[in-house]
Ligand binder design. Structure first.
Ligand code: NDP
Ligand code: OXD
Length: 308
């Protein structure tokens, strides 16, 4: 029985070491070293090979090495094979850190002070208390909820929006299309932590972002495909939005001449908000292998109908 890893090879070596320590009975291989392809029962991939079915005829479970699965072409994975995304504490910790620093930087006007410094200006701004700052998260799943739990500790006014209703202590919860307008109207800092699906592609467009109060800021840590980048530029130009922090873009990286690179009110990071951490992820994957063998539901198994 082989577990095949098909993603960043250096991380694959870390996974191989952890498997050797914690599950020596499982044969572990890093792509493109398949060994006997008929022996491969489990595949962990950022994106599965196009010829998955013929190449690995006996694969039983496909794991995404990321929390998102939009990079998967699900039509290549036969319907009887469960697809499992990465639901593991390391990826949550990284996202909580990233979003917390982004919200605090916006809250304490760090980007404005950066522009002032570049112009050799000394101009203190009034400090708003966190309880006066309204933060809103699109997506109340594993990551959205964890981020809000941390932001609550600073006393930010927290809200979130999801597809189905949620009830989270200390968070004003909104659900469904009709609730989007009131959610946006009360949001000064909007954080996108949605999965990219046919229902959410391009959701951050002029129409949605115009529903935010004037001067609001955007943090996109979902996927580049959520955001209409031209609309963002227009809204920054008109002053409707004050600042955008983008960890994800479309494409990645942006072309060298793309105006977002040099916009004074845009901060770009290269899709590093969070990543799967092999030491914590391997524990969850091994638990899932046990669950699969025992016919129990696996942690992070996706609903193909919803696409997440
Ligand atoms: P989850 O699947 O746990 O949560 C998704 C949330 O989005 C749920 O609350 C869900 O609603 C909501 N949602 C989905 N579709 C809709 C819709 N059409 N309308 C309204 N709400 C919707 O995902 P995670 O929290 O684990 O991850 C979110 C995304 O973060 C990933 O898919 C990935 O794209 C991104 N990511 C980015 C990283 C980075 O480094 N930048 C790292 C890791 C992840 P409901 O609760 O009703 O199901
Ligand atoms: C993920 C990512 O989805 O790294 O895990 O973006």
């Amino acid at each position: 029985m082989t577990f095949l890893y098909k993603a960043d090879p250096s991380r694959g070596q870390q996974w191989a070491k952890l498997f050797a320590e914690r599950a020596p009975e499982v044969g572990f291989r890093v792509w493109p070293d398949l060994g006997d392809a008929r022996e491969v029962r489990y595949l962990a991939a950022w994106a599965p090979p196009e010829d998955l079915h013929t190449l690995l005829p006996n694969v039983e479970v496909v794991f995404s090495t990321g929390a998102g699965i939009d990079q998967f072409d699900l039509s290549l994975v036969p319907p009887h094979i469960p697809v499992v995304r990465m639901v593991e504490p390391g990826i949550v910790e990284g996202m909580v850190e990233y979003v917390t620093q982004a919200v605090l930087s916006l809250h304490r006007d760090i980007f404005t002070y950066g522009r002032q410094q570049a112009a050799h200006e000394w101009g203190p701004l009034p400090v708003l208390s966190a309880s006066e700052r309204r933060v809103g998260v699109l997506g109340l799943g594993m990551l959205g909820q964890a981020v809000l739990e941390r932001l609550k500790l600073f006393n930010f006014r927290c809200a979130g929006w999801s597809r189905t209703p949620r009830d989270i202590d200390g968070v004003e919860c909104f659900a469904g299309h009709e609730a989007l307008a009131p959610f946006l109207a009360r949001t000064d800092v909007l954080i996108c932590l949605l999965p990219l699906t046919s229902a959410t592609r391009g959701i951050l467009d002029k129409r949605l972002l115009s529903g935010l109060p004037r001067g609001a800021a955007l943090i996109n840590v979902g996927r580049g495909g959520h955001l209409n980048q031209e609309d963002l530029l227009d809204l920054l130009h008109s002053g409707h939005l004050s600042q955008a922090i983008l960890d994800v873009t479309d494409p990645e990286p942006l072309p060298p001449t793309h105006p977002l690179w040099t916009h004074p009110c845009v901060r770009i990071t290269p899709h590093i908000a969070s990543a799967t951490r092999p030491d914590t992820a391997v524990e969850v994957v091994l638990e899932n292998l046990r669950r699969h063998r025992e016919g129990r539901p696996m942690i992070g198994q996706i609903d193909r109908g919803q696409g997440y």
